[in-house]
Write a new protein. Structure first.
Length: 280
């Protein structure tokens, strides 16, 4: 996509990367996926309280091992999303330009642990490993929103229940530890970062949502990146997604992805075939 005549950088530059296909990997850095719809289940992420780390009674999905085929089957598809979403055509320019930034630790004073947590947040978002490394199969997919120049990255992986519980609890602390801080990108430009809690639909065994906003410069022009972040645990496995771009984040799409993806993950872990996706 050519760069529009705007103060913002194009979210989707031409890329040599072939159209991203749904894939299943054992380890590695992964792209998540896109989301959907006008379902108002997501509270917009700006002032909503953190989602509770709710637990439910054990079921067959709590101990099931996620196979490669199940991981692929658990991924959402464009049919789960509004019509403006399609398979991604490549990485957005803001990914390297903004997420690959270093926290200005001096702004945290003596609280070096909080600075380290905020750096871990940025690194985890860039590497698509905010939940830590997968301990088994991982499958990923990605989508582009042609109306809003946004991208959604969606992944399903097995981590282990204890590790997921630990990571979700850590994510829940970030709106306090990383409420506002400064980061410096690879070009030396300062980015003002804000992190707030975001309410997610009541899906899965446990869940946590955030919204991250970065205000500053990208390629010498003013820019604002808004990114929804959602993680939902089902047994020993989880879905994780990021959704947003330089024109904002469609939080209804984030909610729809969670609402469509969580039951699919639970069904495959129970040895069932997921229901057909709705038409968008």
């Amino acid at each position: 996509m050519n760069r529009p005549p705007s103060h913002r950088a194009s979210a989707l530059p031409p890329s040599p990367v072939p159209r991203l296909l749904v894939c299943a990997l054992t380890v590695g850095v992964l792209w998540s996926a896109a989301a959907c719809s006008n379902n108002g289940g997501y509270a917009g992420g700006r002032t909503a309280p953190a989602s509770p780390l709710a637990e439910v009674s054990p079921d067959p999905s709590s101990t099931a091992t996620l196979t490669e085929a199940q991981a692929r089957a658990a991924l959402i598809t464009p049919a789960d999303l509004p019509s403006q979403w399609s398979g991604t055509s490549g990485a957005a320019t803001w990914r390297d330009g903004l997420l690959k930034s270093k926290v200005d630790a001096a702004g945290f004073g003596a609280d070096k642990s909080a600075a380290a947590d905020c750096q871990k947040l940025l690194d985890g978002l860039y590497a698509e490993e905010l939940l830590g490394p997968a301990k088994g199969t991982k499958a990923v997919t990605g989508f582009d929103d042609s109306n809003n120049q946004a991208q959604m990255h969606y992944q399903v992986a097995q981590y282990g229940q204890a590790e997921l519980t630990k990571q979700l609890a850590w994510i829940a602390t970030l709106p306090q530890k990383c409420a506002e801080f400064t980061a410096v990108d690879g070009q030396g430009e300062q980015q003002n970062v804000q992190v707030v809690s975001a309410q997610l639909p009541d899906e899965g065994d446990a869940r946590q949502g955030l919204q991250l906003t970065m205000n500053g410069q990208l390629d010498g022009e003013p820019s604002t990146l808004t990114l929804d972040i959602a993680a939902v645990r089902v047994g020993d496995s989880a879905l994780f997604l990021t959704n947003g771009g330089l024109d904002g984040a469609e939080s209804d799409s984030t909610a729809q992805a969670v609402q469509q993806g969580t039951p699919r993950l639970r069904q495959v872990l129970e040895g069932k075939t997921p229901a057909a996706s709705p038409t968008n």
